[in-house]
Design a protein around this ligand. Structure first.
Ligand code: ATP
Length: 355
């Protein structure tokens, strides 16, 4: 049965060999709803793996609690927590064939032979390995091995499925395919899942909710579109996607950038004239070859197939990164071209200058 998960002021300190205390997870609280896929996302060392391991029971918290539904599981060993973890390294047994790898946990639980066959066959079909049951792991590709690892978890019907950077060892194309498969399976089976990655595209494409972490703390919790469009601070804005930070002043629901007023939605409640930072995504600006209020010159161009990336040197602002879709149809702009900038106003976001 899927379960919901609650983490209450969870803290984990490690002692480094030099006797220093490292706070890997710093009083984190969050709630993960039944059936959802939540991703812990952040740069290396932000504490996401430690948080996942605390949930699994592989680490003991220094303080705080983990609840599965109403049950406080702090004192429960990993094997009784009703969780299963898909590891980056697959961790499948090389001496057992695919069927026996997937059957292993059920056999340990003394499930009857007939039931084992029924459940393993079903799960192997779900992950597309129905015809490979007799193969040895050495006869499988990396993607197939990762499917075995996934099947081995799913067959146990855990209340909570944990993923520790499961796709890091796969090439880019396969990673893209596997993440869609994982998401599809997770939704079909309705398994509550916690997924750890440092790859923001992977995180955005599979998650109901992102938990963006930095230095052991949570910077923002929200849907991928909330976190991308309305980042809580500069760290989140910079970590998720590309961004320009532009100095501006705020007055009457609009920012003034180099003397030009751009209305913004959801402007923070600050006194008129406050200095702010405009979070300007590359696609939140339109370029025009005609003269306009905010003028600039194309400085660098990069053709990326489905879009072009331009660095525009803007008078009174500095360099601004701008994306334009479909350069094959629209034609590439050239270094030295004069352009003017206008905003896609719904896409603008403003942070206090101190954020
Ligand atoms: P990565 O993406 O590189 O795996 P992460 O975000 O998962 O990073 P953690 O592995 O959770 O980060 O580590 C968080 C912090 O805790 C880091 O500063 C790390 O050095 C430290 N840390 C983790 N495990 C231990 C340990 N067993 N002993 C001492 N320090 C540790």
């Amino acid at each position: 049965m899927a379960t919901d998960l609650r983490i209450d002021r969870l803290r984990k300190e490690f002692q480094s060999p030099g006797g220093e205390t490292v706070v890997a997870v710093n009083d984190v609280s969050l709630r993960i709803e039944k059936g959802s896929l939540v991703t812990l996302l952040g740069p290396s060392g932000c504490g996401k793996t430690t948080l996942l391991r605390l949930i699994a029971g592989f680490e003991e918290p220094t303080a705080g609690s983990v609840y599965f539904g109403d049950r406080r599981v702090n004192d429960e060993a990993p094997n009784v927590r009703d969780t299963a973890m898909v590891f980056q390294s697959y961790a499948i047994f090389p001496h057992l064939n695919v069927f026996e790898n997937v059957a292993f946990g059920l056999r340990m639980k003394r499930v009857s032979g007939r039931e084992v066959r029924r459940r393993v066959d079903h799960v192997l079909d779900l992950v597309g390995l129905g015809r490979m049951a007799a193969r040895a792991p050495s006869q499988l590709s990396g993607g197939q091995q990762q499917r075995v690892a996934l099947a081995r978890c799913i067959v146990m019907e855990p209340g909570l499925l944990l993923f520790d950077e499961p796709l890091s060892n796969l090439d880019a194309k396969l990673r893209e395919q596997m993440r869609l498969e994982i998401r599809d399976l997770q939704q079909r089976l309705g398994i509550t899942s916690v997924y750890v990655t440092h790859d923001q595209v992977e995180a955005m494409s599979i998650s109901d909710v992102l938990v963006v972490m930095h230095d052991g703390t949570v910077e923002q919790i929200g849907s991928p579109s909330q976190v991308y469009a309305r980042p809580a601070n500069r760290f989140v804005a910079d970590f998720i996607g590309k961004v320009n930070f532009v100095k501006a002043t705020l007055a009457a629901g609009a920012v003034t950038v180099a003397g030009v007023r751009w209305p913004v939605p959801d402007a923070p409640d600050l006194p008129d004239g406050s200095p702010v930072t405009l979070v300007l995504r590359p696609e939140a600006v339109r370029l025009s070859a005609t003269e306009g209020p905010l003028a600039g010159t194309i400085r660098r161009t990069v053709f990326l197939g489905n879009h072009a990336e331009y660095v525009v040197s803007v008078d009174g602002v500095g360099d601004v990164l701008v994306d334009e879709p479909n350069p094959i149809d629209a034609g590439m702009r050239r270094p030295g071209d004069k352009v003017s900038l206008s905003p896609v106003s719904g896409s603008l976001h403003v942070l206090p200058a101190t954020s």
